[in-house]
Structure formats: C-alpha cells, structure tokens
Design a protein around this ligand. Structure first.
Ligand code: ADP
Ligand code: MG
Length: 276
C-alpha cells in the first residue's frame, strides 16, 4: 500500500504564501518515513492533505494510485491509522474501551464486536504495553499513557499505514524512545509509518527516509544521513547545529549556542559560538 502526494499545493485564506508549495512525498508498507521541519513549515498541513482533510489547490494525493477523494471514509479508516497532533479525551472511558473505538470501521453491519475484534484490541494493548492500564479510566492517565492509548486505538484498526503528527511531544525520553522502538517493530512487520517529529536524532536512528520541509517546500527527501546534515539543518532551522559522531560511530545532532548578537534570525549565515 502506498500513499503519495504529488506536487501538492495547499493553503489557507489570507495566507501570504501557500502552506504547501508543490510538495511531493510518499510512504509505503514496510517503510518508516519521518517528516521534519521548523514550526510553520507545513508539516500538519501535509498530514491533513495526505488524509484527504485538506484540499489541494493543485496536485493530487493518491492511495494505491487512486485519488484520496475516491475512497470512502470507512475504506480509508481500515487502511490508514492517524494520530493528529492534539486530542483530549472527550469523555472518560476505560482504556480497553477507548482502544476498541479503533475498530469502528471494521465492525460488521450489526456493529457488535466479535472475537476477531476483541483479539485485535488485545493485540494492540499488548503492543503498546498497556495491559496494566486496561481497566483504568482514561481521565486518570498521564500524557504519555494517553498517547500510548491513542497509538493502540489506531493499531486496533489493523491499518496498513500509520500517520502520526508529533507523537513524542508529551513523552519523556524513555517513553518517546519506546514509542519509536514500537513503530520500528511494526515497520519490520510490514506497517508503513509516516511520523512528523522535531526529534531529529530519533529520525537519524529510526527513519528509512526523511522529508525535510522548509516554508512549505521540500528542502530534501532521502536517507536520514544524507538529509540531516549540519549544513542543511543550520540553513533550514536558522540556528547553528553540529553533527557529532558517537563512540559507536552513530551520528548525533547538537544545537549549538549562537554567537551573541551575531545574526538576525533570517540570515543563512549562522556562526556558532566555538566555546559552547
Ligand atoms: P507545522 O505543522 O509545520 O508547524 P502548519 O502546517 O500547521 O505547520 O502551518 C503551515 C502554515 O500555515 C503556517 O504559516 C501556519 O500559520 C498556517 N496555518 C496553519 N493552519 C492555519 C489555519 N487554520 N488558518 C490559517 N493559516 C494556517
Ligand atoms: Mg504542526
């Protein structure tokens, strides 16, 4: 299964420039794609466009070669799991019930969950290590636990692709890394994942491909070690960023301290303070 944006331009009324300007990118089964870029670079707009929630003024989004508008919502919901950036639980449910909501597009005509539905919910709870929370009320969860419930709910639908908009934001570093480990395992099992993140080092560790957005355009799209270079990131984020190599040879990105008073924010010449 392959979801692709081709030359998509999209924007908002009164926007000075389009939020997305001829953006092409794709994710397919068994592939881990990270979308990165500064605040306002168009990441969430791209997420919405890929789901058919944001109209493209030019270009197309296609799922397996068919325009996204040509799919019914339940058909899409069986194939694509999506975690928007923000969502508060509307009303408290037990964790297992909240995860079971993910099955809605797979329930039969009577709408009653059967054995296959229960099994899928159990698998999703196990995959996200939520067993001990299964009977807890969702309004008693920490931010990180609630985030895992949302991932489990998406997995319960047994999608072929999973799109996540900044899923690690509310998580401490261990929970964020274990979320990436979980996604990597799911990708090994054939799921296609497209995750928006500001965690560039996680992208270096886990992504097969990184799409770097800058002011609505694709600045680079390729393997993480080719896209996430100190030079390109310093230009795109307008901040001095260095690339270190750890003892085991793994690259690691480090934002430096900017030389005091050196540059206006929009300059592309960004000297770093050599002492820090
Ligand atoms: P990101 O997720 O990368 O931070 P967004 O896709 O949310 O960026 O936003 C891209 C651009 O579109 C920004 O300039 C933002 O201000 C603008 N934008 C986003 N949503 C709206 C909206 N609902 N109305 C008007 N402008 C918007
Ligand atoms: Mg966003």
């Amino acid at each position: 299964m392959r979801l692709a944006a081709r030359e998509v331009t999209a924007g908002y009324p009164r926007g000075e420039r389009p939020a997305l300007d001829r953006v092409s990118c794709a994710v397919e089964s068994g592939e881990f794609v990270v979308v990165a870029g500064p605040n306002g670079s168009g990441k969430t707009t791209l997420f919405r466009a890929l789901l058919g929630l944001q109209a493209a003024t030019t270009g197309v989004v296609e799922l397996d070669g068919r325009a996204i508008d040509g799919w019914t919502r339940p058909d899409l919901a069986r194939r694509i799991g999506a975690l928007p950036q923000r969502e508060e639980p509307a009303f408290p449910l037990r964790v297992r019930e909240a995860v079971a909501l993910g099955r809605w597009a797979r329930l039969g005509p009577i709408g009653r969950p059967g054995a296959a539905d229960e099994a899928a919910v159990t698998r999703a709870i196990a995959a996200t290590a939520l067993e001990e929370f299964a009977t807890r009320s969702t309004d008693t969860l920490s931010g990180g636990e609630w985030q895992r419930v949302r991932v489990a709910r998406a997995l319960a639908a047994e999608p072929e692709l999973l799109l996540l908009d900044e899923p690690g934001t509310a998580l401490d570093l261990a929970h964020e890394m274990s979320l990436y480990e979980l996604l990597a395992r799911l990708v090994d099992d054939g799921l296609g994942v497209l995750a928006i993140t500001h965690h560039l080092n996680a992208a270096l560790r886990y992504a097969d491909r990184v799409v770097l957005l800058d002011r609505g355009r694709v600045a680079a799209d390729g393997p993480p070690r080719e896209v996430l270079t100190a030079e390109l990131l310093t230009t795109v984020f307008r901040w001095p960023i260095a690339l270190e190599v750890l003892g085991d040879g793994a690259p690691h990105l480090v934002p430096r301290r900017r030389l005091a008073g050196a540059v206006p924010p929009d300059s592309v010449q960004i000297p770093e303070d050599p002492a820090r």
